[in-house]
Design a protein around this ligand. Structure first.
Ligand code: XMP
Length: 326
């Protein structure tokens, strides 16, 4: 398949068009890989999940999915990957909990780019180690999509975590969705029966919660971040905002302020809410969260999350702020 989308290619907008695309790709993948094995790093994001579901249909257990939990995933994510792919789709899924390995490497590292680099490199290393244990995989599958090809640019370059394992030779790459735009990938995902919260997921950076637990990551602050993020997502879902706001998440910075909790002085972290809309992530505007919803989120986070005594709402568009805090 060439890397250029033909001008005549129809935009995939309906389940019928999605099914036709799926059938076409199943045939193409079967032809490309025959009876050989294919390896896929399955993050649980939209793109890799759609590739996994498609390849399971095409080659079943000859697809080997590797899900690396770097300890910086959102609450419930690794569990959902295991539930959907291993339990429901009967995939050949290797789950690696590498939390300790990543957090140990990151201990005391406060510089944002250094953190990103450690996470990216460690990810490739863990993936390579697993790949080497499986001596009979011939192809590597990837969830490349068309904007990845178009954006040769700066956003992807510094954002990509993972990339190709360098010292393992594969016979070829399997990239069944590389000519599709994101909205088309979501239509395909729905047609493949993936759950809607997986298909409509907001973008999530490769280094995950690592860029939202600012400065040197500690386990307790990471936990406060994970819990506050889960509350925010739950309340957005209840308010029917899921899939309607580009990105919404919390940040827990590495400093504390004084407060009162249960009549006693507290000295705890603040939690910052960020909710933005954008078309291309180059600029972004603020989602105006209704005041009553904000109020509910503040109440829940300060009551339910250990270590948080204040909640702030970041009203800075991009520019001058970036979407993430690191
Ligand atoms: P910024 O913070 O630069 O983010 O305004 C723009 C978009 O990119 C996402 N992002 C990342 N994605 N690895 C990724 O895969 C990264 O290191 C990374 N940093 C930011 C961010 O979530 C937003 O959607």
């Amino acid at each position: 398949m060439s890397n250029v989308r033909p001008e005549t290619m129809q935009r995939i907008t309906t389940p019928e068009l999605a099914n036709a695309f799926i059938e076409e790709q199943i045939a193409a993948v079967k032809q490309q890989v025959g009876n050989k094995k294919v390896l896929l790093a399955l993050s649980g994001g939209v793109d890799s999940s759609v590739v996994a579901a498609l390849l399971i249909k095409a080659i079943g257990k000859n697809l080997v999915c590797v899900h690396v939990n770097h300890g910086l995933l959102r609450k419930g994510e690794p569990e959902q990957v295991i539930e959907v792919f291993r339990n429901q789709m009967d995939a050949n899924l290797i789950y690696i909990d590498a939390t300790d390995r990543f957090l140990n490497k990151l201990e005391g590292v406060a510089e944002p780019e250094k953190k990103r680099k450690i996470i990216g490199e460690e990810f490739i290393r863990v993936f390579e180690e697993e790949a080497r244990k499986l001596d009979d995989v011939d192809f590597l599958a990837q969830g490349t999509i068309y904007p990845d090809i178009l954006e040769s640019g700066p956003v992807k370059a510094h954002h990509n975590v993972g990339g190709l394992p360098e010292d393992i030779h594969f016979e070829g790459l399997v990239e069944p969705i590389k000519l599709l735009f994101k909205d088309e990938v979501r239509v395909i995902g729905r047609a493949l029966g993936l759950p809607s919260n997986m298909v409509d997921r907001q973008p999530f950076p490769g280094p995950g919660l690592g860029v939202r637990c600012t400065g040197a990551i500690t386990r307790d602050r990471l936990e406060a971040l994970r819990e506050s993020d889960a509350i925010l997502r739950e309340e957005f879902a209840k308010a029917d905002l899921e899939g309607k706001v580009w990105q919404y998440f919390t940040i827990v910075p590495d400093y504390k302020s004084v407060g009162v909790k249960g009549g006693l002085r507290s000295f705890e972290w603040p939690c910052i809410i960020r909710a933005v809309n954008t078309r291309d992530a180059m600029t972004a505007t603020i989602e105006e969260i209704p005041y009553d919803l904000l109020h509910k989120i503040v109440c829940r986070i300060t009551n339910e999350v250990n270590g948080i005594n204040r909640v702030l709402y970041d009203l800075t568009p991009k520019p001058t702020g970036t979407i993430e805090w690191e």
